[in-house]
Design a protein around this ligand. Structure first.
Ligand code: ZN
Length: 397
Protein backbone atom coordinates (compact mmCIF):
# COMPACT_ATOMS: atom_id res chain seq x y z
CA UNK A 1 0.00 0.00 0.00
CA UNK A 2 1.20 3.49 -0.88
CA UNK A 3 2.31 5.68 2.02
CA UNK A 4 3.03 9.37 1.53
CA UNK A 5 3.94 12.20 3.87
CA UNK A 6 0.86 14.39 4.32
CA UNK A 7 1.84 18.04 4.77
CA UNK A 8 -1.47 18.73 6.52
CA UNK A 9 -0.83 16.24 9.34
CA UNK A 10 2.99 16.12 9.07
CA UNK A 11 2.77 12.33 9.14
CA UNK A 12 3.52 9.53 6.74
CA UNK A 13 0.05 8.13 5.99
CA UNK A 14 -1.45 5.21 4.11
CA UNK A 15 -3.10 6.51 0.95
CA UNK A 16 -6.57 5.25 0.04
CA UNK A 17 -8.42 7.06 -2.73
CA UNK A 18 -12.05 8.12 -2.33
CA UNK A 19 -12.91 6.08 -5.43
CA UNK A 20 -10.34 3.60 -6.82
CA UNK A 21 -12.01 3.92 -10.25
CA UNK A 22 -11.33 7.66 -10.30
CA UNK A 23 -8.17 8.56 -8.39
CA UNK A 24 -7.66 12.33 -8.54
CA UNK A 25 -4.53 14.47 -8.28
CA UNK A 26 -4.06 18.21 -8.74
CA UNK A 27 -0.56 19.66 -9.01
CA UNK A 28 0.08 23.38 -9.36
CA UNK A 29 1.64 24.22 -12.69
CA UNK A 30 3.89 27.01 -13.85
CA UNK A 31 3.44 30.73 -14.18
CA UNK A 32 4.93 31.14 -17.67
CA UNK A 33 6.62 34.54 -17.36
CA UNK A 34 9.82 32.86 -18.51
CA UNK A 35 11.18 29.48 -19.53
CA UNK A 36 11.07 26.76 -16.84
CA UNK A 37 14.10 26.17 -14.61
CA UNK A 38 15.55 23.01 -13.08
CA UNK A 39 13.25 23.23 -10.05
CA UNK A 40 10.23 22.78 -12.33
CA UNK A 41 11.92 19.74 -13.82
CA UNK A 42 12.30 18.25 -10.38
CA UNK A 43 8.70 18.80 -9.34
CA UNK A 44 7.19 17.38 -12.49
CA UNK A 45 9.56 14.39 -12.66
CA UNK A 46 8.59 13.49 -9.09
CA UNK A 47 4.90 13.93 -9.93
CA UNK A 48 5.39 11.86 -13.08
CA UNK A 49 6.69 8.93 -11.02
CA UNK A 50 3.73 9.26 -8.66
CA UNK A 51 1.33 9.42 -11.63
CA UNK A 52 2.92 6.28 -13.13
CA UNK A 53 2.73 4.48 -9.78
CA UNK A 54 -0.96 5.38 -9.37
CA UNK A 55 -1.67 4.19 -12.93
CA UNK A 56 0.14 0.95 -12.16
CA UNK A 57 -1.97 0.46 -9.01
CA UNK A 58 -5.41 1.59 -10.20
CA UNK A 59 -5.21 1.33 -14.02
CA UNK A 60 -4.21 3.88 -16.65
CA UNK A 61 -7.76 5.10 -17.22
CA UNK A 62 -8.58 5.46 -13.52
CA UNK A 63 -6.23 8.30 -12.61
CA UNK A 64 -7.20 11.92 -13.28
CA UNK A 65 -4.20 14.23 -13.10
CA UNK A 66 -4.69 17.99 -13.47
CA UNK A 67 -1.80 20.45 -13.86
CA UNK A 68 -2.65 24.07 -14.64
CA UNK A 69 -0.97 27.05 -16.29
CA UNK A 70 -1.24 30.43 -14.54
CA UNK A 71 -1.21 32.26 -17.85
CA UNK A 72 -2.38 35.63 -16.48
CA UNK A 73 -0.17 37.14 -13.77
CA UNK A 74 1.59 40.37 -12.69
CA UNK A 75 4.96 38.90 -13.67
CA UNK A 76 3.77 38.00 -17.18
CA UNK A 77 2.29 41.48 -17.65
CA UNK A 78 5.55 43.04 -16.41
CA UNK A 79 7.67 40.89 -18.73
CA UNK A 80 5.41 41.67 -21.70
CA UNK A 81 5.72 45.41 -21.00
CA UNK A 82 9.54 45.10 -20.88
CA UNK A 83 9.58 43.25 -24.20
CA UNK A 84 6.88 45.38 -25.79
CA UNK A 85 4.76 42.36 -26.77
CA UNK A 86 1.26 41.21 -25.71
CA UNK A 87 1.17 39.21 -22.42
CA UNK A 88 -0.42 36.20 -24.12
CA UNK A 89 2.61 35.94 -26.41
CA UNK A 90 4.96 35.73 -23.42
CA UNK A 91 2.72 33.09 -21.82
CA UNK A 92 2.29 31.02 -25.00
CA UNK A 93 5.99 30.98 -25.88
CA UNK A 94 7.03 29.89 -22.40
CA UNK A 95 4.28 27.27 -22.22
CA UNK A 96 5.56 25.89 -25.54
CA UNK A 97 9.12 25.68 -24.13
CA UNK A 98 7.78 24.03 -20.99
CA UNK A 99 5.85 21.44 -22.99
CA UNK A 100 8.92 20.64 -25.11
CA UNK A 101 10.91 20.08 -21.91
CA UNK A 102 8.18 17.81 -20.51
CA UNK A 103 8.19 15.75 -23.73
CA UNK A 104 12.00 15.54 -23.74
CA UNK A 105 11.98 14.39 -20.13
CA UNK A 106 9.42 11.69 -21.02
CA UNK A 107 6.93 13.17 -18.55
CA UNK A 108 3.42 11.84 -19.20
CA UNK A 109 0.89 14.47 -20.25
CA UNK A 110 -1.65 15.15 -17.48
CA UNK A 111 -5.30 14.32 -18.09
CA UNK A 112 -6.19 18.02 -18.07
CA UNK A 113 -3.98 21.12 -18.46
CA UNK A 114 -6.34 24.06 -17.87
CA UNK A 115 -5.36 27.70 -18.25
CA UNK A 116 -6.82 30.72 -16.51
CA UNK A 117 -7.84 32.14 -19.86
CA UNK A 118 -9.93 29.03 -20.59
CA UNK A 119 -11.37 28.64 -17.07
CA UNK A 120 -12.69 32.13 -16.45
CA UNK A 121 -16.41 31.23 -15.98
CA UNK A 122 -15.42 28.70 -13.30
CA UNK A 123 -13.13 31.23 -11.59
CA UNK A 124 -15.74 34.01 -11.48
CA UNK A 125 -18.38 31.49 -10.28
CA UNK A 126 -16.13 30.52 -7.37
CA UNK A 127 -15.68 34.17 -6.38
CA UNK A 128 -19.46 34.59 -6.67
CA UNK A 129 -20.05 31.62 -4.33
CA UNK A 130 -17.78 33.16 -1.67
CA UNK A 131 -19.49 36.55 -2.09
CA UNK A 132 -22.93 34.93 -1.76
CA UNK A 133 -21.87 33.22 1.45
CA UNK A 134 -20.60 36.50 2.90
CA UNK A 135 -17.06 35.12 3.15
CA UNK A 136 -15.72 37.53 0.51
CA UNK A 137 -16.24 41.28 0.18
CA UNK A 138 -15.79 43.83 -2.59
CA UNK A 139 -14.02 47.17 -2.24
CA UNK A 140 -14.94 50.45 -3.92
CA UNK A 141 -11.87 50.01 -6.17
CA UNK A 142 -13.24 46.75 -7.59
CA UNK A 143 -11.05 44.28 -5.67
CA UNK A 144 -12.53 41.24 -3.92
CA UNK A 145 -10.97 39.92 -0.71
CA UNK A 146 -11.46 36.78 1.34
CA UNK A 147 -12.55 37.72 4.88
CA UNK A 148 -10.48 35.44 7.09
CA UNK A 149 -12.65 36.11 10.12
CA UNK A 150 -15.58 34.57 8.21
CA UNK A 151 -13.83 31.22 7.60
CA UNK A 152 -16.57 28.77 8.60
CA UNK A 153 -16.14 26.01 11.16
CA UNK A 154 -15.62 22.76 9.26
CA UNK A 155 -16.13 19.10 10.15
CA UNK A 156 -12.76 18.56 8.43
CA UNK A 157 -11.18 20.35 11.42
CA UNK A 158 -9.40 22.95 9.30
CA UNK A 159 -8.13 26.17 10.84
CA UNK A 160 -6.23 28.86 8.94
CA UNK A 161 -2.50 28.19 9.08
CA UNK A 162 -2.91 24.43 9.59
CA UNK A 163 -1.43 23.41 6.23
CA UNK A 164 1.64 25.65 6.35
CA UNK A 165 2.14 25.19 10.09
CA UNK A 166 1.80 28.89 10.84
CA UNK A 167 -0.03 30.50 13.74
CA UNK A 168 -3.35 32.00 12.62
CA UNK A 169 -2.83 35.08 14.77
CA UNK A 170 0.49 35.79 13.00
CA UNK A 171 -1.13 35.41 9.61
CA UNK A 172 -4.22 37.47 10.35
CA UNK A 173 -2.95 40.47 12.25
CA UNK A 174 0.74 39.97 12.84
CA UNK A 175 3.57 42.12 11.62
CA UNK A 176 4.30 39.68 8.77
CA UNK A 177 1.26 40.86 6.91
CA UNK A 178 1.52 44.03 4.87
CA UNK A 179 -1.06 46.61 6.00
CA UNK A 180 -3.60 47.57 3.36
CA UNK A 181 -6.33 50.10 4.26
CA UNK A 182 -8.71 48.47 1.78
CA UNK A 183 -8.83 45.20 3.71
CA UNK A 184 -11.01 44.45 6.72
CA UNK A 185 -8.26 42.35 8.32
CA UNK A 186 -4.55 42.57 7.45
CA UNK A 187 -4.36 38.85 6.50
CA UNK A 188 -7.30 38.93 4.06
CA UNK A 189 -6.14 37.91 0.60
CA UNK A 190 -7.24 38.95 -2.89
CA UNK A 191 -9.65 36.78 -4.87
CA UNK A 192 -9.99 39.32 -7.64
CA UNK A 193 -8.08 42.48 -8.53
CA UNK A 194 -9.26 45.50 -10.49
CA UNK A 195 -7.23 45.68 -13.70
CA UNK A 196 -5.14 48.66 -14.74
CA UNK A 197 -5.69 50.05 -18.26
CA UNK A 198 -4.16 47.81 -20.92
CA UNK A 199 -3.99 44.72 -18.70
CA UNK A 200 -5.88 41.53 -19.60
CA UNK A 201 -9.24 41.81 -17.84
CA UNK A 202 -12.71 40.33 -17.53
CA UNK A 203 -16.02 41.77 -16.41
CA UNK A 204 -18.01 39.45 -14.12
CA UNK A 205 -21.64 40.29 -13.27
CA UNK A 206 -20.81 41.15 -9.64
CA UNK A 207 -18.02 43.60 -10.57
CA UNK A 208 -20.21 46.75 -10.97
CA UNK A 209 -18.66 47.51 -14.33
CA UNK A 210 -15.04 47.47 -13.06
CA UNK A 211 -12.95 45.07 -15.17
CA UNK A 212 -10.51 42.88 -13.30
CA UNK A 213 -8.56 39.65 -13.19
CA UNK A 214 -8.33 36.78 -10.71
CA UNK A 215 -5.98 36.45 -7.77
CA UNK A 216 -3.57 33.54 -7.95
CA UNK A 217 -5.13 31.24 -5.33
CA UNK A 218 -8.73 31.27 -6.59
CA UNK A 219 -7.61 29.92 -9.96
CA UNK A 220 -6.49 26.58 -8.57
CA UNK A 221 -9.63 26.14 -6.43
CA UNK A 222 -11.74 26.83 -9.53
CA UNK A 223 -9.76 24.65 -11.96
CA UNK A 224 -9.69 21.78 -9.45
CA UNK A 225 -13.47 22.09 -9.07
CA UNK A 226 -13.92 22.19 -12.85
CA UNK A 227 -11.90 19.06 -13.60
CA UNK A 228 -11.99 17.04 -10.37
CA UNK A 229 -14.72 18.38 -8.08
CA UNK A 230 -14.81 19.88 -4.56
CA UNK A 231 -12.94 16.86 -3.12
CA UNK A 232 -9.77 15.23 -4.42
CA UNK A 233 -7.31 12.58 -3.36
CA UNK A 234 -3.91 14.23 -3.78
CA UNK A 235 -2.81 17.84 -4.02
CA UNK A 236 0.82 18.67 -4.64
CA UNK A 237 3.31 21.41 -5.37
CA UNK A 238 6.71 22.81 -4.52
CA UNK A 239 7.29 23.46 -0.82
CA UNK A 240 7.29 27.23 -1.41
CA UNK A 241 3.60 26.91 -2.34
CA UNK A 242 2.53 25.80 1.14
CA UNK A 243 2.06 29.45 2.09
CA UNK A 244 0.31 31.50 0.96
CA UNK A 245 -0.88 29.64 -2.14
CA UNK A 246 -2.06 26.30 -0.80
CA UNK A 247 -3.16 27.64 2.57
CA UNK A 248 -5.40 30.14 0.80
CA UNK A 249 -6.64 27.62 -1.73
CA UNK A 250 -7.69 25.36 1.14
CA UNK A 251 -9.36 28.28 2.97
CA UNK A 252 -11.32 29.10 -0.21
CA UNK A 253 -12.55 25.53 -0.56
CA UNK A 254 -13.49 25.29 3.11
CA UNK A 255 -15.32 28.60 2.66
CA UNK A 256 -17.30 27.25 -0.27
CA UNK A 257 -17.79 23.62 0.79
CA UNK A 258 -17.59 23.39 4.61
CA UNK A 259 -21.00 21.64 4.60
CA UNK A 260 -19.61 18.87 2.41
CA UNK A 261 -16.36 18.42 4.35
CA UNK A 262 -17.80 16.37 7.21
CA UNK A 263 -14.57 14.88 8.57
CA UNK A 264 -10.80 14.83 8.02
CA UNK A 265 -11.17 12.21 5.27
CA UNK A 266 -13.73 14.14 3.26
CA UNK A 267 -12.03 17.53 3.10
CA UNK A 268 -10.63 19.29 0.02
CA UNK A 269 -7.66 16.95 -0.46
CA UNK A 270 -7.06 13.67 1.33
CA UNK A 271 -3.33 14.15 1.20
CA UNK A 272 -1.07 17.15 0.47
CA UNK A 273 2.47 16.52 -0.76
CA UNK A 274 5.27 19.01 -1.36
CA UNK A 275 8.71 18.60 -2.91
CA UNK A 276 11.85 20.47 -1.88
CA UNK A 277 14.05 22.88 -3.84
CA UNK A 278 17.11 22.50 -5.98
CA UNK A 279 20.15 24.02 -4.27
CA UNK A 280 23.58 25.09 -5.50
CA UNK A 281 26.30 24.64 -2.86
CA UNK A 282 23.52 24.45 -0.28
CA UNK A 283 21.80 27.70 -1.36
CA UNK A 284 18.38 27.68 -2.99
CA UNK A 285 18.60 28.02 -6.78
CA UNK A 286 16.95 31.29 -7.69
CA UNK A 287 17.08 33.81 -10.44
CA UNK A 288 17.87 36.71 -8.09
CA UNK A 289 21.03 34.95 -6.84
CA UNK A 290 22.22 34.26 -10.37
CA UNK A 291 22.70 30.53 -9.66
CA UNK A 292 19.90 29.69 -12.02
CA UNK A 293 19.76 26.98 -14.73
CA UNK A 294 17.05 26.73 -17.36
CA UNK A 295 15.52 23.32 -17.79
CA UNK A 296 15.96 23.23 -21.58
CA UNK A 297 19.68 24.08 -21.16
CA UNK A 298 20.21 21.29 -18.62
CA UNK A 299 18.40 18.83 -20.93
CA UNK A 300 20.64 19.90 -23.84
CA UNK A 301 23.83 19.71 -21.73
CA UNK A 302 23.32 16.39 -19.92
CA UNK A 303 20.47 14.56 -21.66
CA UNK A 304 17.02 13.81 -20.26
CA UNK A 305 17.85 10.36 -18.82
CA UNK A 306 20.82 11.68 -16.80
CA UNK A 307 18.68 14.53 -15.52
CA UNK A 308 15.88 12.17 -14.48
CA UNK A 309 18.36 9.79 -12.86
CA UNK A 310 20.05 12.62 -10.94
CA UNK A 311 16.71 14.01 -9.71
CA UNK A 312 15.41 10.62 -8.58
CA UNK A 313 18.56 9.83 -6.59
CA UNK A 314 17.37 12.17 -3.82
CA UNK A 315 14.14 11.80 -1.85
CA UNK A 316 11.58 14.36 -3.05
CA UNK A 317 11.25 15.98 0.36
CA UNK A 318 14.99 16.73 0.56
CA UNK A 319 16.83 19.40 -1.45
CA UNK A 320 18.82 18.22 -4.49
CA UNK A 321 22.20 19.92 -4.81
CA UNK A 322 23.06 20.86 -8.39
CA UNK A 323 26.55 20.50 -9.84
CA UNK A 324 27.94 19.55 -13.23
CA UNK A 325 29.90 16.71 -11.52
CA UNK A 326 26.74 15.20 -10.01
CA UNK A 327 25.02 15.25 -13.40
CA UNK A 328 27.99 13.76 -15.19
CA UNK A 329 28.10 11.00 -12.57
CA UNK A 330 24.38 10.31 -13.13
CA UNK A 331 24.92 10.08 -16.89
CA UNK A 332 26.79 6.74 -16.62
CA UNK A 333 24.09 4.62 -14.89
CA UNK A 334 21.41 6.46 -16.91
CA UNK A 335 23.16 5.35 -20.10
CA UNK A 336 23.31 1.72 -18.92
CA UNK A 337 19.53 1.85 -18.38
CA UNK A 338 18.71 3.46 -21.74
CA UNK A 339 20.94 0.94 -23.57
CA UNK A 340 18.97 -1.97 -22.09
CA UNK A 341 15.71 -0.26 -23.01
CA UNK A 342 16.91 0.30 -26.55
CA UNK A 343 18.64 -2.97 -27.40
CA UNK A 344 17.40 -5.80 -25.15
CA UNK A 345 14.05 -7.59 -25.23
CA UNK A 346 11.34 -6.74 -22.71
CA UNK A 347 10.59 -10.18 -21.20
CA UNK A 348 8.60 -10.92 -18.05
CA UNK A 349 9.31 -9.19 -14.74
CA UNK A 350 9.86 -11.48 -11.75
CA UNK A 351 7.29 -11.16 -8.93
CA UNK A 352 10.07 -10.75 -6.34
CA UNK A 353 11.55 -7.77 -8.15
CA UNK A 354 8.12 -6.27 -8.70
CA UNK A 355 7.28 -6.59 -4.98
CA UNK A 356 10.51 -5.04 -3.74
CA UNK A 357 10.43 -2.26 -6.35
CA UNK A 358 6.83 -1.33 -5.53
CA UNK A 359 7.71 -1.60 -1.85
CA UNK A 360 10.36 1.10 -2.31
CA UNK A 361 8.07 3.47 -4.21
CA UNK A 362 5.15 2.82 -1.87
CA UNK A 363 7.34 3.96 1.02
CA UNK A 364 6.87 7.71 0.48
CA UNK A 365 8.27 7.45 -3.07
CA UNK A 366 11.70 6.16 -2.15
CA UNK A 367 13.08 6.60 -5.67
CA UNK A 368 16.70 6.30 -4.46
CA UNK A 369 15.99 2.76 -3.26
CA UNK A 370 14.13 1.99 -6.49
CA UNK A 371 17.19 3.14 -8.49
CA UNK A 372 19.44 0.94 -6.35
CA UNK A 373 17.20 -2.06 -7.16
CA UNK A 374 17.33 -1.16 -10.83
CA UNK A 375 21.13 -1.03 -10.73
CA UNK A 376 21.24 -4.42 -9.02
CA UNK A 377 19.02 -5.85 -11.77
CA UNK A 378 21.42 -4.35 -14.35
CA UNK A 379 24.41 -5.95 -12.66
CA UNK A 380 22.58 -9.31 -12.52
CA UNK A 381 21.54 -8.90 -16.17
CA UNK A 382 17.88 -9.28 -15.20
CA UNK A 383 16.89 -7.21 -18.19
CA UNK A 384 13.15 -7.92 -17.99
CA UNK A 385 13.20 -6.42 -14.51
CA UNK A 386 15.21 -3.43 -15.74
CA UNK A 387 12.58 -2.77 -18.42
CA UNK A 388 9.71 -2.95 -15.93
CA UNK A 389 11.36 -0.80 -13.23
CA UNK A 390 12.76 1.75 -15.69
CA UNK A 391 9.30 2.27 -17.17
CA UNK A 392 7.77 2.92 -13.74
CA UNK A 393 10.51 5.49 -13.08
CA UNK A 394 9.78 7.10 -16.43
CA UNK A 395 12.92 6.20 -18.41
CA UNK A 396 10.66 4.72 -21.08
CA UNK A 397 7.04 5.09 -22.13
ZN1 ZN B 1 -2.06 26.30 -7.51
Amino acid sequence: MLHLTNTLTRKKEAFTPRDPKRVTMYVCGITPQEAPHLGHGRGYVVTDVLFRLLRQMYGDGSVVYVRNYTDVDDKIIEKAAQLGVPPERVANENIATFQRCMTNLNILTPTHEPRITTSMPEITDFVQTLLNKGIAYTTAEGDVYYDLLKLPACGCGYHYGQLSGKKPEDLMMGSRVEPNPLKRNPGDFALWKAAKPGEPSWLPSWANGVAGRPGWHIECSAMALQHIGPQMDLHGGGEDLQFPHHENELAQNVGAFADLYKDANSGFARLWFHWAFITVNGTKMSKSLGNFTYLHEAIADYGPAALRYWLLQTHYRKPVDYSAEALKAAAKPAKRITKVLEFLPVGVVTPEFQASFLGALNDDLNTAKALALLNKALTNQDYANVHWGASLLGFSA
